[in-house]
Design a protein around this ligand. Structure first.
Ligand SMILES: NC(=O)c1ccc[n+]([C@@H]2O[C@H](COP(=O)([O-])OP(=O)(O)OC[C@H]3O[C@@H](n4cnc5c(N)ncnc54)[C@H](OP(=O)(O)O)[C@@H]3O)[C@@H](O)[C@H]2O)c1
Length: 333
């Protein structure tokens, strides 16, 4: 790939920081780098790879002359500026929910549906939701081997999924509770320290936004518009890396040994199937790593066509920044 003119939009955020780290770690060839954040941050300095950059606010000028714009600044910024950046010639990869449901815009996890990138008239690619990405990386190879029919998933989602300010608030809550003080909240919808929260907006039918995203996005990525997907999403007091308990039923009977063999050969998956303490996938171990870690693979006790899996991955990395950079690498190579 020739050196690229790249902008990171939302460069001061949790995902933006990780994007910068991923670009450096993968030695992504940069001709120039523009760091974009909100108007409140414009003019502040950020150091990346030993060089100092001045943050700029979004503007037509900021989006001119780019090959690639990696957006992680929320849906309203993406809706306003994504089409501008694409119109000015950049490939846009957006981490928000702004474009995921648009039938003209590919929603891509490269290990699963890279072919969707071949039809991208608007030069915008949507990065899926973090909980969906790690689940489909684990399920797609099993689907190819055994034919997926149904998924039931419960998530154990880390605080970093709510951004940098939520992490700071969680730390303050943990300190307050440890000191015997009342904990307060303004970014998180409640006290998460020593607690669990179902902290997404619910619709009239009781489903959370995050659960609806997992249903829609899993179906779109796998190209299975009527796949049965039943999620329950939960926020847990873990700083980084989401975990998921996944039950999946297939068209064919499948044994634990067959499933492990398929998963061991799958791109982007590391199998951790040893028994004993510490041998299964864990958020602390998965943090900062690229792969989706799969373990606790079990045949269902009463259904020969069903499996249970425990799936852990860094939500800010594979669930956002890394997946976006991998998409760009596939398109721009
Ligand atoms: N965290 C995750 O695990 C994760 C995973 C998948 C997808 N996402 C999505 O990625 C996006 C960013 O998430 P995050 O967790 O990184 O959030 P965050 O930590 O709150 O960061 C938000 C970033 O957006 C910038 N921003 C806000 N308003 C802006 C504006 N008007 N113009 C330009 N930049 C603006 C902020 O800049 P300032 O510092 O100047 O305010 C900051 O850099 C969200 O859409 C989120 O849903 C997050």
């Amino acid at each position: 790939m020739r050196p690229q003119n790249v902008a990171v939009v939302g460069a001061t955020g949790a995902v933006g920081h990780e994007m910068l780290r991923v670009l450096a770690q993968r030695a992504f060839p940069l001709a120039s780098l523009r760091l974009i954040a909100s108007p409140a941050s414009a003019g502040k300095k950020v150091t990346f790879d030993g060089a100092e950059h001045t943050l700029v606010a979004p503007s037509r000028e900021a989006f001119s002359g780019l090959d690639l714009a990696l957006f992680s600044a929320g849906a309203s910024v993406a809706r306003e500026w994504g089409p501008v950046a694409a119109g000015l010639g950049a490939l846009v990869v957006d981490n928000s929910s702004a474009f995921r449901q648009d039938p003209e815009i590919p929603l891509v996890v490269p290990e699963v549906n890279a072919r969707a990138l071949e039809n991208n008239p608007r030069r915008i690619v949507a990065n899926p939701n973090c909980s969906t990405i790690q689940m489909v990386v684990a399920l797609a190879p099993l689907h190819r081997a055994f034919g997926l029919e149904q998924v039931v998933v419960s998530t154990y989602q880390a605080i970093s999924g709510k951004g940098a300010r939520a992490l700071d608030e969680f730390d303050a809550q943990a300190r307050d509770l440890a000191a015997g003080r009342e904990a307060t909240h303004s970014v998180l919808p409640g006290v998460l320290a020593q607690n669990l929260l179902c902290d997404w907006k619910h619709d009239a039918d009781g489903w959370s936004e995050e659960e609806r995203k997992m249903v829609f996005e899993t179906r779109k990525i796998l190209g299975m518009p009527s796949l049965a997907v039943s999620p329950t999403t939960v926020r847990v007091p873990v700083r980084n890396a989401h975990s998921e308990s996944v039950w999946a039923r297939f068209a064919k009977p499948v044994t634990r040994a067959e499933a492990l063999e398929v998963l061991r050969g799958a791109e982007g998956v590391t199998v951790q199937s040893e028994s004993g303490p510490g041998a299964h996938p864990q958020p602390r171990f998965a943090s900062g790593k690229d792969d989706v870690f799969v373990g606790r693979v079990r045949e269902d006790a009463s259904d020969k066509r069903a499996l249970h899996l425990w799936v852990v991955s860094d939500n800010v990395r594979k669930g956002a920044a890394l997946n976006a950079v991998q998409i760009a690498e596939r398109v721009l190579r």
